[in-house]
Ligand binder design. Structure first.
Ligand SMILES: Cc1ncc(COP(=O)(O)O)c(C=O)c1O
Length: 394
């Protein structure tokens, strides 16, 4: 395959060499019977080291939901990472790969009571909450646990915002910390999520201002908060230049230091920023069609769609890069769609994708930087199309 896009970061460091990544080279050299995600564990390790170099004393808790591939977890355990788990299944996964319960937080604010009890039994002592009832569940099933309250923040600049569903408004935080204390829990800290794929570090500033105001108010109110959990949001390269991960993380840490001063413990939960660039998907063109002779746009149907790995194309939020063997030939705009018999399974229509005019059914298509939120979304066989295959390069 050719035509690998080269991107230069805002700090001049090349973030993508012109040469294909190891996962991309593997795809170019192999044939696949169905859509397949190829993951490079060494790339995950390099990204972990790059992020942690910038994060300094902040401890990484990998957001397992981004890619629950056991060998990624195993590698990250070996590197000293912690884990943000969203469910009993993710807790079982990380413990089975050797994670120490002290390095695992149960970060979902909506937890089944029996799963809280399971986590408690397994030795996990750190839980997220954003409601009284959730604190009551934690107090009943994990007595004495440390809790952090998730703050609701706007994510106007994130490509994949996580607003509204999670967190409480600022004025609810102190009552919740008091509720936790009254239930015998340890009000340990605050968390927030700036929004996934926050492309530039300065975009954190407004959110950090608001979280810092709550943090200082809570401390003034007598809550000896220890933990600031800054969530995820660290970006991946999808064709728009981003800073090198070390520079980005260091810039975020500078913004935090300016606003929070001396925080005992800082935790970051990168998902996308850690694993997206370690993976690429091998896909295939199923059909190229025009709806009429004078139609400017071709419809290109791939063998992968919204329900089989590319869920983050919802609202065309995440824009993947496509590489074909015919790149270099004249290009034209295409509406890109998935293979299922569901009319929602259109990937890009508002902003069509430019693909070679000679593209035809049976052509290989490689999708770049797909290591995050693809195989984890594609866990069911909607329409009889099997879930995304995964190949791990150790
Ligand atoms: C609580 C929590 N932490 C971290 C993440 C990871 O975010 P990102 O992939 O943007 O790094 C998520 C993503 O949904 C999350 O819900």
């Amino acid at each position: 395959m050719n035509a690998i896009v080269t991107g230069l970061s805002g700090r001049n460091a090349p973030i993508h060499p012109a040469a294909p990544s190891r996962a991309e080279a593997y795809i170019a050299a192999h044939d696949f019977a169905r859509p397949t995600l190829v993951l490079d564990l060494d790339a995950v390790e390099r990204q972990f080291r790059a992020l942690t170099a910038g994060l300094g004393r902040a401890h990484v808790h990998y957001a397992v939901k981004a890619n629950p591939e056991p060998r990624i977890v195993e590698r990250l355990v070996a590197l000293g990472s912690g884990f943000d788990a969203a469910s009993r299944g993710e807790i079982e996964l990380v413990l089975s790969q050797g994670a120490h319960p002290d390095h695992v937080s149960f970060g979902n604010t909506v937890k089944r009571a029996s799963d809280i009890a399971f986590a408690h039994q397994a030795g996990i002592t750190l839980f997220a909450a954003d409601a009284e009832e959730e604190l009551d569940k934690i107090a009943a099933h994990a007595p004495g646990a440390r809790v952090y309250i998730r703050l609701l923040v706007d994510n106007p600049d994130a490509d994949w915002p996580l607003s509204r569903k999670f967190g409480v408004p600022a004025d609810r935080v102190i009552p919740l910390l008091a509720h936790a204390r009254a239930r015998g829990l340890v009000p340990h800290g605050l968390s927030f999520h700036v929004g996934s794929q926050t492309r530039e570090a300065w975009m954190w500033a407004g959110t950090l201002d608001r979280v810092a105001a709550v943090w200082h108010a809570a401390r003034d109110a007598g809550f000896d908060l220890h933990l600031l959990n800054v969530g995820g949001g660290f970006p991946a390269f999808y064709g728009t230049a981003i800073d090198h991960p070390t520079a980005y993380a260091a810039a975020v840490m500078d913004l935090i230091a300016d606003r929070f001063g001396d925080v005992a413990q800082i935790m970051a939960e990168p998902g996308r920023g850690l694993v997206a660039e370690a993976g690429a998907i091998a896909a295939e063109v199923m059909l190229v069609a025009r709806k009429s002779d004078d139609d400017l746009h071709r419809w290109v149907y791939l063998d992968i769609g919204k329900f089989s790995g590319l869920a983050e194309t919802i609202d065309e939020a995440i824009r993947y890069q496509f590489v074909t063997l015919r790149d270099g030939a004249p290009m034209g705009p295409c509406i890109l769609a998935g293979p299922s018999c569901d009319s929602a399974d259109v990937l890009y229509e508002k902003r069509p994708v430019s693909l070679p005019l000679t593209l035809a059914a049976g052509d290989k298509v490689m999708i770049r930087n797909c290591g995050a939120y693809t195989s984890s979304y594609a866990s069911i066989g909607f329409n009889g199309f099997p879930p995304l295959d995964v190949v791990v390069l150790g």
